[in-house]
Design a protein around this ligand. Structure first.
Ligand code: HEC
Length: 238
């Protein structure tokens, strides 16, 4: 009896010693680890099979992400000059576009350029940044194309706004900047054009009809698969 008691205590102590040595930071033993660990490559993992040892790859050259369009002008003075002369605003000068441009301008640009576009934003007044021009600066003679280009790439102390804004938003801001320029120059305000179907440059993700180009154009026969159902009589009845 006594020895059984001792044995039990000894067994208890030994198991306690073994268990307490386990490091909780390490993964424990896996019993039959079927499917515990993924065989797929981790997105940012390092694997020898890839050229530079990295799983994450750059998109193939020439790839255009959905909802984006490439900007054909490069970030150099020659292209900047060309954009200034040739690039025109594809968005209509509607009240909506103007108002959106105004809002975005106030968010992104007014801290430096000022609400009036005279180059006297709050950061300039507090001498945090220097050399912010007024939009009516004759030497610069900005155009909607040059405004867009500057927003896309930035210029010296001014950063790029390409990542914060969409193509449409940049053109809306460009409309607003040109209206500020007109005001500074004492020109009469431009009249808004009426809203029309062509106010969007790119379909947004939500607008894209994936089945648009597939198969039958007659939507009455479209059962959502993009396949023509008139021949095979599989139209789903509700
Ligand atoms: C951090 C302050 C700052 C902000 C914010 C800023 N800018 Fe500028 N911007 C500058 C400075 C500085 C220059 C002068 C750059 C130079 O010529 O070296 C400039 C120049 C410009 C020019 C004249 C470029 C030319 O062709 O000479 C335009 C147009 C312009 N900015 C538009 C914008 C718009 C639109 C926004 C908002 C999307 C914006 N800026 C936000 C500081 C700023």
């Amino acid at each position: 009896m006594r020895s059984l008691f001792h044995k039990t205590i000894a067994l208890f102590l030994v198991s306690f010693a073994v268990i307490s040595c386990q490091d909780k930071g390490d993964p424990n033993y896996q019993y039959m680890p079927d499917m515990y660990e993924s065989v797929g490559y981790e997105t940012y993992g390092e694997y020898d099979v890839f050229e530079n040892g990295q799983e994450a790859k750059l998109p193939v050259e020439g790839t255009v992400a959905r909802g984006w369009m490439p900007y054909e002008y490069q970030n150099n003075t020659m292209d900047a000059q060309e954009a200034k002369v040739k690039l025109t605003n594809p968005m209509l000068y509607t009240e909506d576009n103007y108002n959106n441009g105004k809002q975005l301008y106030t968010i992104y640009c007014a801290v430096c350029h000022g609400d009036k576009g005279d180059g006297k934003g709050i950061l300039v007044e507090r001498e945090k940044i220097l050399g912010v021009p007024s939009y009516d600066d004759a030497g610069r003679a900005i155009t909607e194309g040059s405004v867009y280009h500057v927003m896309y790439y930035g210029l010296n102390n001014m950063g790029s706004y390409a990542s914060q804004t969409t193509i449409e938003e940049r053109w809306q801001i460009a409309h607003y900047v040109m209206s500020l320029k007109d005001k500074l120059e004492g020109k009469p305000e431009k009249e808004f054009v009426k809203e029309s179907a062509k106010t969007k440059l790119l379909p947004s993700r939500a607008d894209v009809d994936l089945y648009e180009d597939a198969g039958d154009k007659d939507s009455s026969k479209d059962n959502g698969t993009g396949l023509d159902t008139s021949d095979n009589q599989t139209e789903i009845q509700e």
